[in-house]
Ligand binder design. Sequence first.
Ligand SMILES: *Cc1c(COP(=O)(O)O)cnc(C)c1O
Length: 377
Amino acid sequence: MSVAFFSGAKSFKEQWPLISQRLDQVIDEGRFTNGPAVQELEKALEVFTGAKHCIAVGNATDALIIMLRAAGIGVGDEVIVPCYSFFASASSIALVGATPVFCDIDAATYMIDVNQIEEKITPRTRAIMPVHLFTQLADMTAIHKIAQKHELLVLEDSAEAISMFHDGQHAGLIGDAGVISFFPTKTLGAIGDAGLVLTNNDDIAKQARQLRIHGQEESVPYIHQIVGFNSKMDDVQASILLVRLQFLQKEIARRAYLAASYDAELRDIPQVQTPVIRERGDESANAVYYVYLIETEDRDGLVDYLTQQGIGTEVYYPHPLHTQPCFKHLGYKQGDMPHAERASSRAVGLPMYPDVTDEQLAEVCGHIRQYFQKGEQ
Ligand SMILES: *Cc1c(COP(=O)(O)O)cnc(C)c1O
């Protein structure tokens, strides 16, 4: 039995009758970008997250760029960001003309190591960008304290963090602004690219709305207050997301069940480290399994073996951001970020999506067990 690293085919087929109705509506309306379905999705996500403003854009990389620009980050500014993340966390900072200042991660949770933030602050620092990676939020209480003390903005890369809360605040609203990605593999996925800026800040929201559509106010076309982008969401994607939003809590519950099953199956394999969820003593805090990441010394051997057995995996992330060729001029070197570098050689994501069946999960775990037993003989 093969198990794909990601597939949404089964869920998609089940949801298709509802989706196709919505798509008919889009065709009838004839508004295909930033149209009625997009506005309806923005409203629905404002209700879901509790955000004062949700601004739909083309993808979450654009959302990060637009968020940074809307918050006034630009040339000469520095933004502190963890070096263990998807590339866009750092590229968005570089693309607005600012400098990413990399910070190592906490080895157990993969979140920015809050004990290393203060030593990275310089007179040019304008913001901290925590990344909420894989299953849980960064330590927002500690980050807030540092930001307040040094008068910094907190701009969250909450691309993976839909339905994650801190003290009752949805990810992206704990700081000054955040983003959500609807890339197909994400917890709430479209069938193409789509993203969101979310904020309770009126000024950031107003700027973000202009920036997504060439810097013009939506009600005053062809007058460009600022130089903006073209990053609108398609109504087709918004329609799909509106339907899938109704199934989100059920799908997150399925993810939690799969994570608990992986934990139970893998915990007693000495070579495998299962995910560590930080206790936060916060009732509204909840792990949401976007990715189920394990660590093992012999990661590459395990990946090869699983590939031969037809089991899909994904290495998150094989190269920490401070080692990327495009950031060479920033002067970091191998060895600067030991925790991130160690994780990049040991971590691997296993199949984690609502369509994974109990049998498939047992198959994945069986092969992992077999691989390490073989190694012991
Ligand atoms: C997916 C992701 C992004 C980018 O989202 P896109 O919608 O693919 O542009 C940014 N940051 C993190 C942490 C992500 O996981």
